[in-house]
Design a protein around this ligand. Structure first.
Ligand SMILES: Nc1ncnc2c1ncn2[C@@H]1O[C@H](COP(=O)(O)OP(=O)(O)OP(=O)(O)O)[C@@H](O)[C@H]1O
Length: 242
């Protein structure tokens, strides 16, 4: 067991033009762990991901990925991270394989290596047969799975998913949640899954509740419910956020 956390955030604060958005956030995600970052619209989930990936950088506090500080050892830190953004970023007019090849090239893979790695990940998400299909012809759930496959091609130890199930039907959402759990259990990838949907939390999941830029809770779903003496996670969430 690797005891260096896949992600470690310490006392992270951030403001947009003087308006505070994240307030002294600290959390750690262990290797192979699945954690849900649960927060309503505007809680600061996307901003947290933007700071981890360094799309924004003017912040206070520390962020380490696989033990590497994202500022001081940026390339090592980011070699360990895969991201599925809230907005889909596939090129709809290219085939699945072409999208993956493009990502491989960006990560310095030769064409053969990118093909091998892409094929392996497509197999894992059950889309091996669609590799020559234009992305435009895939369903929303299939597109999300392609994005996950793409995000894992460079074998990151941490996968960030920002509301990955938006727009999907219930069966596709469930399948995506299950796939993410399998990645943790079978491949040792740590997953931070941001959502505002309480029904995406499964029994036993670790839940981090973010509200107005503050981390209000960090515990197993059942422990949160028991600790507050409420009926379910929805009630726990309401209790904490109102
Ligand atoms: N570029 C920006 N400039 C100014 N304020 C911003 C910017 N992006 C986000 N905000 C504000 O920061 C706060 C946190 O937004 P953020 O997008 O991180 O929340 P979120 O939890 O991801 O929400 P959602 O579930 O709606 O995606 C909100 O009040 C939002 O209005």
């Amino acid at each position: 067991m690797n005891d260096v956390p896949a992600l470690e955030v310490s006392e992270l604060s951030f403001a947009y033009a003087g308006e505070p958005v994240l307030d002294a956030i600290s959390l750690a995600i262990a290797a192979g762990e699945f954690a849900v970052l649960l927060g309503p619209n505007g809680a600061g989930k996307t901003t947290l991901f933007s700071l981890i990936t360094r799309l924004h950088d003017r912040r206070r506090g520390d962020i380490r990925i696989g033990g590497h500080d994202v500022r001081r050892h940026a390339s090592q830190a980011h070699a360990h991270i895969g991201v599925v953004f809230q907005q889909p970023t596939l090129d709809l007019d290219l085939s699945v394989a072409q999208n993956l090849a493009y990502h491989g090239a960006l990560h310095g893979m030769g064409p053969g290596e990118a093909r091998r790695r892409g094929a392996r990940q497509l197999e894992r998400v059950g889309l091996a047969e669609q590799r020559r299909t234009r992305v435009r012809r895939l369903s929303g759930g299939q597109r999300r799975r392609v994005e996950i496959a793409r995000g894992l091609m460079h074998e990151p130890r941490l996968l960030l998913l920002d509301e990955p199930s938006v727009g999907l039907d219930i069966a596709s959402r469930r399948e995506l949640v299950e796939h993410a759990h399998r990645l943790c259990a079978e491949e040792g990838v740590a997953v931070l899954w941001a959502t505002h949907l309480i029904d995406e939390v499964r029994p036993g999941d670790r839940v981090l509740i973010l509200h107005r830029g503050r981390l209000l809770a960090d515990d197993r779903a059942e422990a949160l419910v028991a600790g507050l003496g409420v009926a379910d996670l929805g009630a726990a969430f309401d209790r904490l956020t109102t």
